[in-house]
Design a binder for this molecule. Structure first.
Ligand code: UDP
Ligand code: MG
Length: 364
């Protein structure tokens, strides 16, 4: 086992990327070699159903010193894959990037330069973003809302080519959060962040695993995690609607008193009732989203399960999920405590009996 600690750790999540992996390897390693720094690359296979894991293992055979593989037992999502990578990094500087070569591995030195200039988080922003129109639109909307609602000020939060110092990553790992927006989380722990323009290419092979639904979920997740604005919005609209309802109520009462009862306007009433019911349902939904998150956090289920960790330097076994280990530890100590407690009570009994016997004898 060699003890060398690399300067740079590159973390790459992999989900069904067999088509791009050969090109990725061909470009990534020469680009890293060129930096002249020592490095490791941690690939997390996020439950790929294709031959990605075989390709990764082949690469590891070729470069056993640099390549490390975390193999999930199923798909836990891109951000959990990166989080698992973060838990195993040993470098001083950590770079994340996508496997699909939409980011240029050749741009990594740009990020390193900024880190060396004293920044602790360097976000890449895609200068000429090559994505479908609707994706660009959603991103634009997201970016403008983000600053207003959450105060997280990043140029391009969706760009995964980013660099962090080890301190920032240690803080991210320490949160143990289920968060699906690591860039924003890391950004909130930084003291001197900066951004740098990077190139962006269209996905050459394979398909993006984000569809519209996933993207909506992502956006909702983001805002629910970083801000209480949806809840506050609901409270405020609740107030406004309640105020209007009071006016309406007064109006109806006055009308009833002056003009007597009337059956007209029933439909207006329906419209108002439906509107209110709609508001209520939406509000319940929003509250539910937050409660769902609280539920997930308090359950403390493992965020991901590692089937295998392949590191030729130190063939570690997969770590047991932390909570299982804690449970085992606490059981062990409880058992031990029980045994000593039993022993002392038995001892106590014995000694008491002896004492009593001696007392009796004394009396006799
Ligand atoms: N990815 C992952 N797990 C997933 C989805 C994606 O590890 O469930 C990886 C994927 O292999 C790629 C990166 O995350 O390296 C970005 O994924 P993708 O290109 O599909 O996203 P997009 O570029 O469209 O945002
Ligand atoms: Mg992509």
């Amino acid at each position: 086992m060699s003890d060398h600690k690399p300067y740079l750790s590159v973390v790459i999540p992999i989900y069904n990327e067999e088509e791009v992996l050969p090109t990725l390897f061909k470009r990534l390693f020469p680009a890293l070699d060129k930096t002249g720094k020592s490095y490791e690359v941690i690939f997390t296979n996020d439950g790929s159903k294709d031959k990605s894991i075989e390709l990764l293992k082949e690469m590891q055979d070729e470069r056993p010193a640099e390549v490390k593989i975390i193999d999930f037992n199923r798909n836990f999502g891109q951000h959990m894959a990166i989080m698992a990578g973060f838990e195993h990094v040993s470098g001083d500087v950590i770079v994340t990037m996508d496997a699909d070569l939409q980011n240029y591995p050749e741009d990594i030195p740009l990020l390193l330069e900024k880190i060396e200039a004293g920044h602790d988080v360097v976000g890449g922003y895609r200068m000429d973003r090559q994505d479908k129109k609707w994706r660009l639109f959603v991103s634009k909307l997201h970016n403008s809302l983000r600053l207003k609602l959450t105060g997280v000020d990043m140029v391009d939060e969706g760009c995964m080519l980013r660099a962090y110092t080890r301190e920032v990553i240690d803080r991210v790992v320490a949160t143990g959060e289920n968060s699906t927006f690591l860039p924003a989380l890391a950004h909130s722990f930084s003291s001197n962040p900066t951004d740098v323009g990077v190139r962006h290419a269209a996905r050459e092979e394979g398909t993006s695993s984000y569809n519209l639904y996933k993207l909506i979920r992502y956006n909702f997740d983001f805002f629910a995690n970083f801000s209480k604005a949806p809840l506050e919005f609901f409270t405020m609209s609740g107030f406004i609607v309640a105020f209007i309802s009071i006016l309406l109520f007064v109006y109806l009462i006055v009308k009833r008193v002056i003009f007597g009862p009337d059956a007209d306007g029933v439909f207006t009433l329906f419209a108002v009732a439906y509107f209110l019911i709609g508001m209520l349902l939406m509000g319940l939904g929003i509250v539910g989203e937050y409660i769902g998150r609280i539920y997930e956090e308090v359950r403390k289920r493992p965020r991901f399960i590692v089937r295998e960790y392949l590191d030729t330097d130190q063939q570690k076994k997969p770590k047991p999920a932390k909570y299982i280990k804690d449970l085992e530890d606490s059981l062990d100590t409880e058992e031990a405590a029980d045994k000593t407690a039993q022993k002392t009570t038995i001892k106590d009994k014995d000694s008491k009996e002896k004492e009593e016997n001696t007392k009796k004898k004394d009396k006799e």
